[in-house]
Ligand binder design. Structure first.
Ligand SMILES: NC(=O)c1ccc[n+]([C@@H]2O[C@H](COP(=O)([O-])OP(=O)(O)OC[C@H]3O[C@@H](n4cnc5c(N)ncnc54)[C@H](OP(=O)(O)O)[C@@H]3O)[C@@H](O)[C@H]2O)c1
Length: 324
């Protein structure tokens, strides 16, 4: 698959390394801002990327690739994706797709008009282990409780405390725990249980109003999902899904579901999904197939979940209760 990458930051370095391992992705061109040209050049040399651009129009007019991977700070996703779609490129966009539901809807409609594929990376929903979890849910009987925790002390937090606010801690750049980690948890839950009836978010805010940590609750007719998020504390990740017949539990993160144990009432515990070093690749492997097959139906399904997740975040931030 021939792609062009927009951005030259941390995640781009990691993904170029991954593409090298996968062999099915070929990065033909890289776009970065003039301010990042040194970084762009280094990446282009290291990964033998044929063309490096600092002019977005020129980059998007390059016909050596038909799909762009957008990996810039959150508040530029909408603008970059819109420009790429207008030029008829398929788009794979980093999470969180957009800040606002209306922006996401507009991009989705534009992709339909232009007959382009559009996908937000969520890490989990295309993985093999996620599929196993989905297939095993009916064994749990009526499901009433879901809990998950995704807490990681950010390496950028100390800088934040010194007053140096990086985009990930800047509400103006759609930073904060909910946009950054919440989106992973939401994709995991919405993909399994669809949209909730109600949403509430209690957060602890930093000096610039950004949510540093918090608890998001999704309420369904017979189910409550509790999501614990943090960017300024560390704790083991986990997820548990509880039904009347039993539960499934994993000490892995919803981002990359690893080993998953299932225990039915009065039965022995069984391992239904195994950990694997390859799980980080899983989404990209499946995505390559979807884009190669031009499987619009599959993209539409995931895009509908993306729309639901963004709507939940918008709702949660609107209704937010926070502690000083
Ligand atoms: N790092 C991770 O582990 C990770 C994991 C999953 C998802 N993501 C997502 O990937 C995206 C990028 O994250 P990152 O960690 O790679 O961030 P990063 O290292 O800070 O790089 C961010 C990129 O955003 C662009 N950028 C920075 N400031 C900008 C500004 N003022 N105006 C326009 N563009 C600006 C830069 O593009 P140029 O190169 O053009 O200057 C830079 O390459 C985010 O949406 C994040 O949620 C990151």
């Amino acid at each position: 698959m021939k792609i062009g990458i927009m951005g030259s930051g941390d995640i781009v370095s990691s993904m170029l390394m991954l593409f090298e391992k996968l062999n099915s992705y070929e990065c033909k061109a890289l776009f970065c801002r003039p301010a990042s040209i040194a970084r762009g050049k280094k990446l282009a040399e290291q990964y033998q990327i044929a063309s490096l651009y600092t002019d977005m129009d020129e980059f998007l007019s390059d016909t050596s690739f038909d799909t762009v991977y957008i990996a810039v700070i959150n508040n530029y996703h909408y603008d970059y994706a819109k420009k790429a779609l207008l030029k008829g490129k398929h788009v794979i966009c980093e999470k969180p797709f957009t800040a606002a539901y209306e922006q996401a809807l507009e991009l989705y409609q534009l992709a339909n008009e232009k007959n382009c594929l559009l996908y937000e990376l969520s890490r989990s929903v295309l993985t093999d282990n996620y599929k196993i979890i989905q297939e095993n849910l009916p064994r749990l009987g009526k499901i009433h409780l879901v809990s998950t925790s995704l807490c990681h002390y950010s390496r950028r937090y100390e800088e934040y405390l010194k007053g140096n606010v990086m985009p990930v801690f800047d509400p103006k750049c759609n930073g904060g725990a909910l946009y950054d980690f919440g989106i992973y948890c939401l994709h995991f839950i919405v993909g399994l249980f669809h949209e909730p009836a109600a949403v509430s978010y209690h957060s602890q805010k930093g000096y610039n109003g950004v949510d540093l940590s918090g608890v998001l609750t999704l309420t369904y007719e017979d189910l409550i999902a509790n999501i614990v998020l943090s960017k300024n504390t560390n704790a083991p990740s986990y997820f548990t899904i509880q039904g009347e017949n039993g539960y499934l539990h994993s000490n892995s993160s919803v981002m990359f579901p690893g080993e998953v144990k299932l225990k039915l009432n009065n039965q022995e515990e069984e391992i239904i999904a195994f950990d694997s070093k390859e799980k980080i690749m899983s989404e990209w492997i499946h995505l390559e197939q979807i884009f190669r097959d031009k499987d619009k139906k599959a993209c539409d399904k995931y895009m509908k979940d993306t729309l639901a997740c963004i709507q939940i975040i918008n709702e949660a931030l609107k209704e937010e209760h926070y502690e000083n």
